[in-house]
Design a binder for this molecule. Structure first.
Ligand code: SF4
Length: 420
């Protein structure tokens, strides 16, 4: 395999240089391996990394060239980061999942694995005015519902799939509920502090939705979508466990009317006792987010208030013991998630807790900022190895919440992680 450097000029035009062998960043600078590269999937977006020059073999910097990264569509897991040197004027990078990109035989390739497929998560393109008409038709059925205001904003401005699903009546539908949070994630998409140097990509919901507003949306969705899912806890809000009473009442109202579908909670898992009260109310599934199974990287990124990683893991453990479908939203980052100690910590936890699915998502952050927080790895084993070892624990690997109930772990073969 011969790789060629892919880079851009200051005007954003993309070039390949077959005489320069690009390096990637996997926590350490190195050449990408053949098994780490796949042709750039459809819907891959190229991002210029301003005031950053790409590293090439010999650890030289290709000056006067601007480094490029790929932003992957849903369903792929990133294996390597772009390798670059930042100039003194380099601005902070926005919150995206920067992925190594190069050319192989004249075609763009990215360092990624295909790790999931779902019709419900396919990006949909809309004819001019189509989405607006669909939204308006749904809103006309429930004019007084403030939650639909937020979901319309998220659908139109942020292209959020779970918000759009409310109007498209498919798959997993969003029920944003909490304006507050008990963490201060360094790359929170709904609220960033001024020192972040970049605006947060979304506006957090600013009011406390009522059980009645939430239940109306859930019941409408579950009545029309086969195996539908409604999920509290979205990117546009804070932490739903801070609104346990409202969510419990919403669940009770939904279940008083229908037994259809799955009631899911996306959470940081900070309050195990609050989660238990939702399980008692009838919650079916929970997806708990974390960036690491180790205390230091978790605390450095989440900056939690009044809880720590122990409580997060306890939430997963007690939900699994109660028989819920438990997924982890594992925010991955090459050079951190594939550190030997991280893999061992994950294996140790997963050996004692039945997790149905590990959803790998790129941690969307400026890589330099993240490494400054959590440190560079001492022994990076590679993301392919990390994914293979996670799959070997019995948890299914994927990227999204699926509609179909997944068979019990004992009856399921471990899915191999292979390139598409
Ligand atoms: S837990 Fe979620 S809402 Fe809270 S700071 Fe982190 S990303 Fe933001």
């Amino acid at each position: 395999m011969t790789t060629a450097l892919a880079y851009s000029d200051a005007r954003g035009r993309v070039y390949f240089d077959a005489h320069r062998e690009p390096l990637a960043d996997g926590g350490i600078l190195r050449a990408p391996l053949a098994g780490e590269l796949i042709p750039a999937p459809p819907a891959t977006v190229l991002a210029q990394l301003p005031s950053r020059a790409p590293f090439v073999a010999g650890k030289k910097v290709a000056v006067r060239r601007t480094a490029l990264a790929a932003l992957l569509p849903a369903g792929y897991t990133r294996l390597l980061l772009p390798a670059y040197r930042s100039g003194p004027e380099a601005p902070a990078l926005g919150l995206f999942g920067y992925t190594f990109v190069c050319a192989v035989d004249g075609a763009l390739h990215v360092a990624a694995l295909r790790t999931d497929r779902s019709e419900d998560w396919k990006p949909r393109t809309f004819a001019s005015g189509e989405l607006e008409r669909i939204i308006e038709a749904r809103r006309a059925t429930d004019r007084q519902n403030r939650v639909l205001d937020q979901l319309e904003l998220c659908s139109r401005e942020y292209g959020c799939f779970t918000a759009q699903n409310v109007f498209l009546m498919r798959g997993e539908a969003a029920l944003p509920v909490s304006p507050k949070c008990n963490a201060r994630c360094v790359a929170c998409i709904s609220e960033l502090e001024p020192e972040a140097g970049i605006p947060s990509p979304q506006v957090r919901i600013g009011y406390e939705a009522t059980p009645d507003e939430l239940a109306r949306i859930a019941l409408f969705h579950l009545a029309r979508v086969r195996d539908g899912i409604v999920s509290f806890g979205q990117g546009c809000e804070g932490e739903p466990l801070l609104r346990t009473t409202t969510i419990a009442r919403t669940i009770e109202r939904i279940r008083a009317s229908t037994s259809r579908g799955t009631l899911n909670l996306n959470t940081n898992g900070s309050l195990p006792a609050s989660l238990r009260s939702l399980i008692d109310a009838g919650l079916d599934a929970v997806r708990i987010s974390l960036n690491s199974f180790r205390t230091q990287p978790y605390a450095a990124y989440y900056r939690p208030s009044g809880y720590g990683l122990d409580e997060v893991l306890e939430s997963a453990r007690s939900a699994a013991q109660a028989g819920l479908r438990v997924s982890l939203n594992y925010l991955t980052h090459p050079g951190v998630s594939d550190e030997r100690l991280e893999i061992e910590a994950a294996e140790s936890f997963l050996s004692g807790v039945r997790v149905e699915m590990i959803q790998t998502r790129a941690l969307n952050i400026d890589p330099e900022r993240y490494f400054a927080l959590v440190g560079r790895p001492r022994e990076p084993l590679g993301m392919r190895t990390a994914l293979q070892r996670l799959a070997a624990t019995g948890a299914r690997l994927g990227n999204f919440t699926h509609r179909r109930a997944i068979a019990p772990l004992r009856a399921r073969a471990v899915e191999p992680v292979t390139p598409d």
